[in-house]
Design a protein around this ligand. Structure first.
Ligand code: SF4
Ligand code: SF4
Length: 187
């Protein structure tokens, strides 16, 4: 049992999209589809015109934020969305009736419809692929050439992710919503 999370040193992202490709290959996601499981967006430039801070423009890798208080899980009428034994928010495709309540409830727009199965899908930290095989990294972390991502057990004080969160300033997305994400972005 673990409580998995991820740190993203997003300022190191060069938008090479190696993470997206690795995720698709590992998890059998449709090739060519955008914004499936993970994606790279952009962080808004700070300041107001004409005093824009161009240097503040960054790529912002994103995915399901693995909320500890997940709105998607609360609204799911069939319990297709659930927390697994490692606190990962997952979707059971056999229970999903494609009501799309979860897609509406997610404030991070992290869910999409898999056109092949006609069920909702999203990032699950490679729970049924790499983690199920006993590996300790996600596909996106494993492939990133600039080491943007650190995945690990937040409950293990000796894990790299715990060490980084102890020593580096960080923030979560839309923290005012009370979703308590387990993705942390380094400042
Ligand atoms: S980011 Fe969206 S899909 Fe992921 S746990 Fe939070 S509400 Fe659910
Ligand atoms: S679309 Fe599927 S996972 Fe989402 S709320 Fe409906 S039944 Fe649950």
């Amino acid at each position: 049992m673990a409580r998995y999370g991820m740190v993203l040193d997003y300022k190191n992202c060069i938008n090479c999209k190696a993470c997206e490709t690795a995720c698709k290959e590992e998890n059998g996601i449709l090739l060519g589809a955008d914004n499936h499981r993970i994606w790279v967006g952009t962080k808004e430039i700070e300041g107001e015109f004409p005093f824009l801070n161009i240097a503040s423009n960054n790529f912002l890798p994103s995915q399901c934020q693995q909320c500890a208080n997940a709105p998607c899980q609360e609204v799911c009428p069939t319990n297709a969305t659930y927390y697994d034994e490692n606190s990962v928010v997952r979707v059971d495709p056999d229970k999903c009736i494609l009501c799309s309540y979860c897609m509406t409830a997610c404030p991070y727009d992290a869910r999409y419809v898999d056109d092949r199965t006609k069920t909702v899908d999203k990032c699950n930290f490679c729970a049924d692929t790499r983690i199920a095989r006993g590996e300790t990294t996600t596909a996106c972390q494993n492939t990133c050439p600039t080491k943007v991502r650190i995945f690990g057990d937040l409950d293990d004080p000796n894990s790299e992710i715990s060490e980084v969160l102890r020593t580096r300033d960080h923030f979560t997305l839309k923290s005012h919503l009370g979703t308590d994400p387990r993705l942390f972005y380094l400042t």
